[in-house]
Write a protein that binds this ligand. Structure first.
Ligand code: GLC
Length: 750
């Protein structure tokens, strides 16, 4: 892995001098311009499009549409009235606007182009929740580098990712975009993606700045309803939601995007605690804070600001640097400074951070993009191979009774379900430009292993709406087959931004198809595609084998087939719990013990009176955090704690032996959890503090060792400061959050 990473979190004296020199020349209007992010194009103009397309065809040139610019855009660029663009990925258009900014404005400050490249630009990888299920940060760094290569080639120098929101409510559609429920895993994935995005030596010769988002606590939306109120303690803020952002900043991330939600009743975009006290005073982080889409203007419906002028004032004072899309800063900031309501030095601080980032990303030296590069780079074969690798490692085998999988190539299959021959939904909820033609479907994957006559395909029903239900054809195909392959789940637009669900069962009438097919008694393999954990207790009991394939990107179909036929041994592990029922939500492994804990597994009320249990279900999820099966079996033995008595400056070293007790090679994610038994505040029953993905040949055994500095076993104490407290701890090494070898250690008083 190329270790050249651009980091944007250290001040560079030469760059600061350049910033000082520029600032000294800038008018107030030019300063405000740097804090404005907009989209340069006007509304789509069909005639304008058709005319350009016709000209390209007449000239025999490739057609790349150059949309009509907003009427005021060229003047704004010449006046230095815009600092950055959102989601412009057209090299010709970017260069045209950049020339106006660089060559025709007074100070020639380049435009920065930001874009949502969430799980790939054109080489679309599995959704981030799937990528996290690889538990392979090195692989994600490579995937993020490919995203950076393609994005940079079209002129993007700012990627609005990684999304690092910890999410513990699968009703929330944006759980698809992050790394799941755990801060520690979230930190590892945040670091990997920032490193990948900010890698140097891109083919474009330019650089990218990452933008972790959404700062902060967006995943705590009440009832899992997107954009809803969040309400959590400062301790939860500091111990659960902030750590992945801090990890991203420590990895060098150059910017952050403020969230839509409020934190303790103050919306993030105008919240001084998170934008100044934590970011600047506590963390001394010098990067740029960008608002989310019109989040400044949304302070009005939040009820924090009576109008856009007040919203702009509150945001700038709180520490927001750039306003995305809405016009609060553009329309009011200069006048707010002139009226004395906003100190000029705060505007200068914000502009300084923006100029610093533009200098560090290299825009002044290389403002233009090579318009010939993208076609040579996009969807490069090695990029597509990497997308297949990530898809392989992202899929989680949830059940495999009687080792039904891998399938025999001689098997006669009934392939049933609306997602087996589907291109578009494999791209998931955040593929900026949708190219379904790039996707390999499950049927196309199967054809690598089986002749067409070896299977019958019946869509059986649509994914969601109550469309035609073809139960009879599904049953007939099942009866005529050796094995039924169900390919079911969600469409891509059932997760992602603004797409929360109140019922996480199979959408539409898919369960009716399962019921009918299950009644035939044929063995059932189910490939389940979704943007989130689903609530599928009935399906899980009816399927003999269950593979969680997520929305796995352009190579989804091939990856599914490679796993179904055993070319690849699945190694994915869940990073978000799968509830048994909607009533359990939120359910996550790192919960508190309460004063009335249920027994380990969690049982129904009548077995344990007056404990923290339900009358009608156990507490445990259907599938827990960290869970995933393999085609081989791994055995754990010989847990050993090198030093059971530790001082505050020591390192906890724990080892265990992992054996591949099966007949085929496989990769296992060995996980280390700890529990602080007694603290000055209550502590979770388990916390992930280490993981290693290892590959073992049949019969091979390996001693896996974890070294965890005691300094990392702390939490936010009663005084809201980070503390490590002496006391007794438990430690586990195992295959998931519910099992493994247990030991104990003690941290001594200083
Ligand atoms: C959206 C999303 C954010 C994205 C931004 C720009 O509303 O919340 O993740 O980066 O707008 O598209």
């Amino acid at each position: 892995m190329d270790n050249h990473i651009t980091t944007y979190n250290q001040l560079n004296p030469a760059a600061e001098a350049r910033v000082d020199a520029l600032l000294a020349q800038m008018t107030l209007a030019e300063k405000v311009g740097q804090l404005v992010q907009t989209n340069p194009f006007g509304p789509f103009d069909r005639d304008h499009y058709d005319a350009q397309k016709q000209t390209a065809e007449e000239n025999g040139e490739p057609f790349e549409y150059f949309p009509k610019l907003r009427h005021d855009m060229e003047d704004l660029l010449r006046a230095g009235g815009v600092g950055s663009f959102l989601n412009v990925t057209l090299p010709k258009a970017i260069n045209h606007c950049q020339r106006l900014a660089v060559e025709e404005s007074r100070l020639g400050i380049p435009i920065m182009v930001g874009s949502d490249v969430i799980h790939g630009y054109r080489t679309i990888f599995p959704i981030p929740l799937a990528e996290a299920s690889t538990w392979n940060p090195e692989l994600l760094e490579k995937a993020s580098r490919v995203a950076a290569e393609e994005a940079s080639a079209v002129g993007v120098d700012w990627i609005f990712a990684p999304m690092v929101d910890v999410a513990r409510d699968p009703r929330w559609g944006r759980i698809a975009e992050g790394a799941g429920e755990d801060p520690f895993l979230g930190m590892a994935m945040a670091r990997a993606r920032v490193r990948g995005f900010q890698t140097t030596h891109l083919a474009s010769g330019r650089r990218i700045a990452a933008c972790p988002k959404h700062y902060v606590g967006y995943g705590a939306a009440e009832a899992g309803r997107d954009y809803n109120t969040t309400d959590f303690s400062e301790r939860t803020l500091r111990d659960v939601y902030l750590p992945p952002f801090k990890a991203a900043f420590d990895a060098g991330a150059g910017s952050v995007m403020s969230a839509f939600n409020e934190i303790s009743s103050v919306p993030a975009t105008a919240n001084p605690l998170i934008l100044r006290t934590i970011l600047r005073d506590e963390w001394q982080w010098p990067g740029v804070v960008l608002s989310d889409y019109e989040a400044v203007k949304e302070l009005i419906p939040h009820g924090l600001a009576a109008d856009l002028r007040e919203a702009a004032r509150l945001s700038l004072l709180a520490g927001l640097d750039i306003e995305m899309i809405s016009d609060g800063y553009h329309n009011h900031l200069a006048e707010l400074v002139e009226s004395g309501e906003v100190p000029l030095e705060l505007v200068d601080e914000a502009v300084r951070r923006v100029l610093r980032l533009k200098i560090a990303v290299g825009l002044f030296e290389k403002p233009y993009v090579d318009e010939s590069l993208a076609p040579k780079l996009i969807l490069r074969p090695d990029f597509r191979e990497l997308a297949l690798d990530v898809a392989h490692e992202s899929m989680v085998l949830l059940k495999n009774d009687n080792d039904l999988l891998p399938l025999s190539p001689q098997a006669r299959l009934a392939v049933i379900g609306p997602l087996a021959n589907n291109h578009k939904d494999m791209l998931g909820c955040w593929s900026l430009h949708t190219h379904p033609e790039d996707v390999e479907t499950v049927l196309e994957g199967l054809s690598v292993y089986l002749p067409d006559e070896a299977w019958t395909y019946v869509p059986a029903c649509p994914i969601r709406e109550d469309g035609p239900l073809d139960i009879a054809a599904a049953v007939a195909a099942a009866q005529d087959a050796d094995v039924v392959l169900l390919v079911l789940g969600e469409s891509a637009d059932m997760s992602g931004e603004g797409h929360s669900r109140t019922d996480l069962g199979l959408p539409g009438r898919q369960q009716e198809v399962v019921d009918a097919v299950a009644a035939t008694g044929k063995p059932i393999v189910c490939v389940l595609m979704s943007g989130r954990p689903l609530v599928i207790p009935q399906l899980a009991s009816q399927a003999d084998a269950l593979l969680c394939a997520w929305h796995a990107g352009i190579r989804a179909g091939r990856a599914v087939a490679d796993i179904l036929f055993g070319t690849v041994n699945p190694s994915g592990k869940l990073t978000a719990s799968w509830p048994r029922s909607m009533g359990q939500i939120p359910t996550y492994y790192s919960h508190k013990n309460t004063g009335r804990p249920a027994s380990e597994a969690g049982t129904k009320q009548f077995a344990e009176s007056f404990k923290s249990v339900y009358i009608d279900a156990p507490n445990s999820p259907l599938f827990p955090f960290g869970y995933g099966l393999s085609y081989t079996r791994f055995a754990y033995s010989d847990l050993h704690i090198v030093q059971p008595e530790l001082g505050l400056d020591d390192t906890l070293t724990v080892t265990a032996t992992v054996t591949n007790a099966g007949e085929r090679a496989g990769a296992e994610v060995v996980q280390l959890y700890v529990r602080d038994l007694v603290g000055s505040v209550t502590r979770p029953v388990k916390e992930l503090k280490g993981f290693q993905k290892i590959t073992l040949q049949p019969g091979e055994k390996r001693t896996v060792s974890f070294a965890v500095p005691v300094s990392e076993l702390g939490f936010t104490g009663l005084d809201m400061r980070y503390v490590v407290e002496p006391g007794d701890f438990k430690v586990w090494i195992g295959p998931d959050s519910t099992s493994g070898l247990e030991g104990s250690f003690h941290i001594k008083k200083a």
